[in-house]
Design a protein around this ligand. Structure first.
Ligand SMILES: *Cc1c(COP(=O)(O)O)cnc(C)c1O
Length: 337
């Protein structure tokens, strides 16, 4: 296995973040749950656009868009997409126009869900919003819109769901390298790194980054919150392969390197579960930290379950990747009322 950190400096990158995200111990919550020592990596604290995991991907995606001379970025997502909101913020920051194709993927249609949360922010950042039904291919609508704008002379960059192209996944390769540096500096080695899995790019990038650094990739434990387990597993493996090919074609992986669980998905993407509600309430009331109802709340519920079942036992160190999504709490007001 390779033991040298991969060099990502040859990939164009827009600087959108403020340096390493802090790792913080949660002693009160760890005592409360009575098992492993729990830490969080604050991927949610960056200043731009309200912060969240999509900023790391967007550094490489917008770097690529700028290298291609793009003046407009189009992306896709659910109505309350954090990725869409951050793409709109980043476009404002770098001076590009932004259009969002937002699907009604989630069967919730109260006013909070449709107009509050991320949608308020999308509008503030100046994005054009295309509202489409859940059964239409958002990427196809985005490509058609891109073709129209190109025929008018615009240079359009289309960004995939969740920003999870291989180039976008480089953002989480860089996060893996950063957290290995933080481990070396602090002397704290993590046994497990727990992450939500939506479009799969966050987990895929982390796994690829660990493999490229010669660290066991099974430390990364994902919880699917979007696709059913089998589909999420296949998507994640595909993205790991593509990301490894991009950073070093000699690197390989096997499906046994990928740890992904399906039991926190509940009835589907964006639909609240009791264990998510409990996780969001617990982290807020014990630590003053905000999870989100769609991604990190469900993955943290998986972490809690692993501590309570003894799978993450006393003496183990577990790092949770706080991925952002705070604005969507306001879209789910009735869920927490
Ligand atoms: C998009 C998102 C995720 C999931 O990341 P993927 O790379 O799409 O798997 C997790 N948490 C939040 C808050 C997100 O917005």
């Amino acid at each position: 296995m390779a033991s040298r950190a991969p060099d990502l400096s040859r990939f164009p990158k827009a600087q959108l973040r403020d340096g390493p995200s802090p790792i913080v111990a949660l002693p009160r919550l760890s005592r409360h749950l009575g098992g492993a020592d729990i830490y969080v990596k604050r991927e949610d604290v960056d200043g731009l656009g309200g912060g969240g995991n999509k900023l790391r991907k967007l550094e490489f995606l917008i770097g690529e868009a700028q290298a291609m001379g793009a003046d407009t970025v189009i992306t896709v997502g659910g109505r309350q997409s954090n990725h869409a909101r951050l793409t709109a913020a980043v476009a404002a920051r770098v001076g590009m126009k932004c259009e969002l194709v937002l699907s009604r993927l989630v069967p919730i249609d109260d006013d909070d869900y449709v107009e509050n949360g991320n949608v308020v922010l999308d509008r503030l950042f100046g994005a054009v919003i295309h509202d489409i039904p859940g059964n239409v291919s958002a990427l196809q609508v985005a490509e058609e819109r891109a073709a129209t704008l190109r025929s008018q002379g615009r240079k359009v960059y289309v960004c995939p769901l969740g920003g999870s192209s291989p180039v976008g996944c480089l953002g989480y390769v860089s996060c893996a390298l950063e957290l290995l540096d933080q481990s070396r500096e602090s002397g704290i080695e993590f046994d497990h790194i727990v992450v939500p899995n939506g479009s799969g790019g966050t987990q895929a990038g982390l796994v690829a980054g660990l493999i490229a650094s010669g660290v066991p990739p099974t430390k990364v434990v994902g919880y699917t919150v979007l696709a059913p387990l089998e589909k999420a597993f296949a998507t994640t493996c595909e993205k790991i392969g593509q990301t490894l090919a991009l950073i070093d074609s000699s690197l390989t992986f096997s499906t046994s390197d990928v740890v992904l669980h399906g039991e926190q998905l509940g009835s589907g993407y964006g639909l609240p579960t009791d264990s998510m509600r409990r996780a969001v309430n617990l982290l807020a009331s014990q630590e003053g930290l905000l999870l989100d109802p769609v991604y990190s709340g469900k993955a943290f519920a998986g972490l809690i379950q692993s501590v309570e079942s003894g799978r993450f036992g006393a003496g183990q160190k577990v790092l949770f990747l706080m991925s952002g999504g705070t604005p969507s709490l306001f879209a789910y007001r009735s869920t927490f009322a």
